[in-house]
Design a protein around this ligand. Structure first.
Ligand code: PLP
Length: 424
């Protein structure tokens, strides 16, 4: 059955029979009780297609599950927010999280945001771009959407078959007199060919903004991957390796750039009575920043768990005919954000058939990234969006499956997924 819309029942804020001091009858609690019941109904009837196989566990396993610290570590920070009533606008938790992230990531400057999409839009604005920006079709749609929101024209270039990141040769071939920048994605947290991209940018006088939404904590050649290019944008969304419920950040090289970005994320305010640019509201709240501080205490343990799961998949799936694990970037410090496999022609099932077979057993992988961004209606008429110009990205989108990976994923479940894929 479907969850009832909220309006369908009596207004919970109108509850007549409550007596002062009886917390259990507070209208908000009545609402929560009703919502809990609705969630329970939704969970019970989650539309798992009926199939012959019976799941060994009754809880469905999704591609990811947000990591949360113990609640009791968070509540003292919440209490402090209630005491001080500093809720946002660069409060103490915001400042402290910027400081801790600078140290943890090993980056010169970082500006926190409410999410990565606004951070991308601000990053593009900060560099005064115009015309065309070369980007990848093999990503989450926010990458290109940030360009359209900024009045810029995305130019799609094909990806490298080993990393599924932008192919430097394809970038160079896509440059025109109207090109102002390159917007690559460190897809799955695997580093782009940053050295080649830097050389191209220098040769052609282009800016480079990395969509580093997947790349929290990744290091490359002994330094933070986030220090390459002009700017790097992180996402702290619930599904990412490091989350603040919602959140994001821009990494930049110096204080002047951070100052400009901080103004842009605060409506363009420059002092109390002056507005210097068309800014927006991209500020991270104290609540999200406080959560980030607690999350940071657990990130190393979370990454260690991800690393173990990645190793188990690689070991277990090695030699399965027709199945290719994306190369690990072994000389770099990785974050194991995703576990993508490519289902090749000689695997007994098609990618979609394997996906459905796993779903029937309560395992829900995701086809990241299918379809290509260039196939969505607002992009597909662009000259660079033609599928035949993007053969590597198109083949990957048709073959990829991201398997479940998250810190508290049970090893027994990983083994079950491996057995199922190895015995289709
Ligand atoms: C998640 C994601 C984004 C958007 O991040 P939000 O914080 O949700 O706005 C952008 N780009 C990529 C590649 C992503 O995976």
């Amino acid at each position: 059955m479907q969850a009832r819309p909220l309006e369908a029942s009596a207004d919970p804020f109108d509850e007549p029979s409550r007596s002062a001091g009886d917390a259990s009858s507070l209208p908000v609690l009545a609402t929560l009780r009703r919502l809990e019941q609705e969630y329970a109904e939704v969970l019970e009837t989650r539309d798992l297609p009926a199939g012959p196989a019976v799941a060994e566990t009754d809880e469905p396993i999704f591609v990811t599950r947000p990591f949360l610290p113990p609640l009791e570590e968070f509540t003292p920070l919440l209490a402090r927010i209630w005491q001080t009533r500093v809720l946002t606008n660069g409060g103490p938790y915001h400042r402290e999280l910027e400081r801790r992230l600078r140290d943890h990531l090993g980056v010169p400057q970082i500006a926190l945001f409410n999410n990565a999409t606004t951070a991308l839009i601000v990053a593009l604005r900060a560099l005064h771009l115009s015309g065309e920006v070369i980007t990848t079709p093999y990503s989450f749609v926010a990458t290109s959407h940030a360009l359209l929101w900024s009045g810029l024209t995305p130019v799609f270039a094909d990806v490298d078959p080993h990393t599924l990141n932008l192919d430097p040769a394809a970038i160079e071939a896509a440059i025109t007199p109207r090109t102002s920048a390159i917007l690559p994605v460190h897809c799955y947290g695997h580093p782009c060919d940053v050295e080649a991209i830097e050389a191209i940018a220098r040769r052609h006088g282009l800016k480079v903004i990395y969509d580093a939404a997947h790349a929290f904590g990744v290091r490359h050649h002994g330094r933070s991957l986030l220090t390459y290019g002009d700017l790097s944008v992180l996402s702290f969304h619930a599904t990412k390796v490091f989350n603040t419920f919602e959140g994001g950040a821009i990494v930049c090289a110096d204080g002047a750039r951070k100052d400009q970005i901080d103004k842009l994320k605060n409506f363009g305010h420059d002092g109390e009575t002056c507005v210097g640019d068309v800014g927006l509201n991209g500020k991270m709240s104290e609540l999200n920043a406080a959560l980030g501080l607690v999350q940071l205490d657990h990130i190393d343990a979370a990454l260690a768990r991800r690393r173990a799961i990645d190793a188990a998949y690689r070991e277990g799936l090695r030699g399965v005919p027709g199945l290719r694990c994306l190369d690990d970037c072994s000389e770099d410090a990785a974050n194991y954000a995703y576990f993508p496999v490519l289902i090749e022609a000689d695997y007994p099932l098609s990618r979609d058939a394997l996906n459905e077979a796993l779903k029937r057993e309560g395992i829900h992988p995701r086809r990241y990234f299918y379809p290509l961004i260039s196939e969505f209606p607002m992009y597909r008429s662009l000259p660079s969006a033609r599928r035949e110009l993007l053969p590597v990205a198109a083949a990957a989108a048709d073959r990829v499956l991201c398997l479940p990976i998250y810190p508290d994923l049970d090893h027994a479940v990983v083994s079950r997924i491996i057995r199922r894929i190895a015995n289709p």
